[in-house]
Design a binder for this molecule. Structure first.
Ligand SMILES: [Zn+2]
Length: 381
């Protein structure tokens, strides 16, 4: 599983406007008690984002990294929109049906009720969404999903992707570098193992494909000292868009210390997990997501500000947007809404609330810029 920078999906205003209208319709059905009938006829507006999703890491499944050959891969709702297998009294996360940050690109296998393995039929993700803390499961739009602790590893979360590693046979396993969290221990659940089971990451075809990629990596690394141009092939394997590229990266890591050329590649991967010559250029403007990646603010962090009408608070959404009341929208739009249109700059409007201290976001941004400058200084030989 490779990290997919979902925030880069950024649907266009026309898509968002239609999504907002459809979400209102769903809400009206929920209020009227007619959700069950409506669920049979979802308007599949999410299909309109399929091409944009390809642009993030290519035409591959975000869960298992297999190439997607079918013409209509699934736009999976990470939080299932109609029902939750682990809680049959749950109506599904219907209010996230048209919320693009809930979409993940999936191959037919990872999100289906059939199996290609000779072991017989088996259900993969579909409506599964187990939690480490099921008592905190959000059941309505006003419940905060920020407090849920999903069991399933999420490809849009870089930290989650680090949980998976692969052995030399191409078998997925938990990374020994990631200790079980207190929540996993309390729940008696291993997120990596459960994800391997639910996404079906242990299917034999997949293990074979990973093994082939990993063997290729070994051969390429052996030849690298004498044939430096093999580096290009290597890069294509380890780029986020490469098929089974997380297994390719794992194979590179096992060769640590074998040669200077290999160590140089490992250093580049370590310095930039999303390292790819082919990746889209990064925006130079600092965003809330940048601060989140560096743990300067986190999903669920509370922001507070003084508006004309009194104190207002917002919560940091997991994809770098803000939640204000029941509305989730961009940093700029929520700032405008919460300030009554008076704040021109959210960075000097909002303060991050930590215990009883308040730190202006612009100060946190300065700290981020300092960190980056130090990082660049270290790159200079
Ligand atoms: Zn898949």
């Amino acid at each position: 599983m490779r990290h997919v920078e979902l925030a880069r999906l950024a649907p266009d205003p026309a898509w968002l406007a239609r999504a907002a209208k459809l979400a209102e319709d769903v809400e009206a059905h929920a209020t009227a008690g007619t959700l069950p009938a409506m669920r049979k006829n979802w308007v599949k507006h999410w299909s309109g984002l399929r091409s944009a999703m390809y642009r993030l890491v290519g035409r591959k499944c975000w869960y298992c990294e297999s190439p997607i050959n079918s013409s209509r891969p699934h736009v999976d709702h990470f939080r299932p929109k109609s029902r939750v297998s682990e809680d049959l009294s749950h109506d599904g996360y219907y209010w996230l049906a048209y919320e693009w940050s809930n979409y993940r690109l999936s191959c037919e296998f990872c999100n289906s009720s059939t199996d290609d393995a000779p072991s017989g039929r088996r259900t993969t993700k579909v409506d599964h969404f187990p939690l480490l803390n099921p008592q905190s499961r959000a059941k309505t739009p006003v419940d905060a999903i920020e407090y849920e602790q999903p069991v399933l590893l999420d490809p849009s979360d870089a930290g989650d992707c680090a949980h998976l590693d692969f052995d030399a046979m191409g078998r997925a396993r938990r990374s020994i570098l990631i200790p079980h969290s207190p929540a996993e221990i309390a729940a008696g659940e291993c997120r990596a193992e459960k994800s391997i089971e639910i996404y079906g990451l242990d299917r034999p075809g997949l293990e074979n494909s990973r093994r082939i990629v990993m063997n290729n990596i070994t051969v390429l690394l052996e030849g690298l000292e004498v044939l430096p141009n093999l580096g290009d092939m290597l890069e294509r394997h380890i780029a986020p868009s490469g098929e089974y590229s997380s297994a390719a990266v794992a194979a590179v890591m096992t060769q640590r210390g074998q040669s200077a050329a290999v160590d140089e590649i490992i250093a580049r991967i370590a310095a930039a997990p999303q390292y790819s010559r082919h990746a889209a250029p990064q925006a130079t403007v600092v965003t809330l997501s940048d601060l989140m990646r560096n743990n300067l603010v986190n999903a669920g962090s509370v922001l507070a500000a003084k508006a004309r009408a009194g104190e207002v608070t917002a919560t940091v959404w997991h994809d770098g947007r803000l939640r204000y009341g029941v509305r989730v929208d961009t940093f700029e739009r929520i700032t405008s809404l919460a300030s009554g249109g008076t704040a021109s700059d959210g960075w000097t409007f909002w303060a991050h609330v930590v215990d009883d201290r308040r730190i202006l976001l612009s100060d946190i941004r300065d700290e981020y810029n300092m960190m980056n400058m130090r990082g660049r200084d270290q790159d200079v030989p």
